[in-house]
Design a protein. Structure first.
Length: 210
């Protein structure tokens, strides 16, 4: 799991995470922080994209420059909380396509229930990054990746902000081929499946539905 999970310890990410956790942070600021942290994690998650050289005419002459080599990206947020990360990642990769997977957690069984799946038609030609602020039990992330794998993307990564050890263990055992990028691994899950200390319900805090 060590080579599969990347915890972003960058000072800017950790600073913003502090305010994201604060129970007094309002919905507007919370949304902005989620977007900014997602942007910064995306910077690292796309570090391995290959480059190719091209010739670019500058005002002073011809320069040999680099562009991303042919790889197409798609971001797939898990509804609804994953929507909060989309603006941030698209600010880094504006040409990426966006799919959506709708899953909700049954509060009795804590198992995810699928209600929506819409992916780009050319997803098999794309590198896919799945977005969800919280990796708690891991159930939603596992199911979302299972759904996407049926469409045979070129590669898959999973981006979250906070992960629980239980969720990481379940996810990496089920999908050892999918890299995970997160800002922090917290202590544990409580008896109703919430991350401790965490930040509460990310979806409610993003959309102000507390």
């Amino acid at each position: 799991m060590e080579n599969q999970v990347f915890v972003m310890d960058h000072p800017l990410i950790q600073h913003k995470l502090t305010f994201l956790r604060d129970k007094n942070t309002g919905a507007k600021e919370f949304r902005e922080l989620v977007s900014e942290i997602a942007m910064l994690i995306c910077y690292e998650a796309t570090r391995d994209l290959p480059l190719e050289e091209i010739q670019t005419e500058t005002p002073m002459g011809i320069a040999t420059t680099k562009v991303i080599a042919g790889r197409k990206l798609a971001f797939v947020p898990i509804l609804r909380a994953g929507l909060g990360m989309v603006e941030g990642v698209l600010s880094m990769v504006p040409a990426a396509k966006v799919g959506h997977i709708g899953l909700y957690r049954d509060h009795e069984t804590l198992k995810p229930v699928e209600y929506y799946c819409k992916l780009p038609s050319d997803v098999s030609e794309r590198e896919v990054i799945v977005l969800d602020p919280m990796l708690a039990t891991g159930g939603s992330a596992i199911d979302a990746v299972n759904l996407i794998k049926k469409h045979h993307p070129k590669s898959l990564k999973f981006m979250c902000i906070i992960a629980a050890p239980e969720g990481l263990k379940a996810f990496t055992q089920e999908h050892p081929d999918v890299q995970v990028y997160c800002a922090n691994v917290d202590s544990h899950l409580n008896d109703i499946g919430y991350i401790v200390p965490g930040l509460g319900d990310a979806g409610d805090r993003i959309f102000g539905t507390l």
